[in-house]
Design a protein around this ligand. Sequence first.
Ligand code: 1HE
Length: 270
Amino acid sequence: MSVEIDTSRFTKTAVEHHGDGVWVVTLNRPEKRNALDVHTIEELVDFFSTAPRAGVKAVVLAGAGDHFCAGLDLIEHHDEDRSPADFMHVCLRWHEAFNKMEYGGVPIIAALQGAVVGGGLELASSAHIRVMDDTTYFALPEGQRGLFTGGGATIRVADLVGKARMIDMMLTGRVHQGQEAVDIGLAQYLETDRSSLDKAMELARQAAANLPLTNFAICSAISHMQNMSSLDAAYAESVVAGVVNTQPLARERLAAFADRSAPRVRPTSR
Ligand code: 1HE
């Protein structure tokens, strides 16, 4: 069932294997601040559709240059002069890519610097962990551009920061950065003395050391269960736990705990 990832077919993104199943996908149009054109979205659909069947254990999603992503390619959108149906189909392809990310079962860590705005924030919010640095800032400038979000922000950004903050960001163009961005849920990590990419690589390697089936459940089942009633989610959780918690490789890890060779959970040093 395993498939190969042909890295040569990616041109708007750089796709590289960094060993041990950790891959880095880099938006690679820094001269356009990694704005998301139709072709880039298709490459994300391609990679994230293939990754779960290609032995990918974790992905770092990065952006080349000083900015992670400037959102929708406004120049392409202007030049195409799209009809409502055209743009609906554009949005559906974004959803195809971003749903493959959120529900695909492969941990995705977003390494964020500079602007993470508009569709760039929609992309980042489809990752499972977001890491920022001192330069990172978040905004939804759609309101000022006469636009509306179309890549899932009403679901994922509202989920991260709450409805009221998302509406504020869109109505006023409010920018969130620094510790405040972590505090309100836009990112889980803020790096001040190294790059967000270095930290994201470290986190990806940690996640890749988990059992693949366990990671599949973490990076798929939790999102699905959020969409269910509590009653159905509890049932689905039992079924997932039935499969994951009885996998043979988990038995090995439990045996290591029992014979005291497995590390214990300790507080991190401050
Ligand atoms: C772009 C884009 C873009 C830059 N589409 N080409 N997103 C926005 O409203 C954000 C728009 N971009 C910016 O506010 C700024 O460009 C940045 C803060 C990201 C970076 O500023 P800066 O000074 O480093 O770069 P720049 O000079 O503004 O742009 C450099 C080049 O990138 C320039 O091209 P050039 O050929 O003139 O050199 C820009 O045109 C190009 N560029 N951003 C196309 N977004 C599914 S619905 C989602 C709806 C949205 O995402 S709306 C939010 C859109």
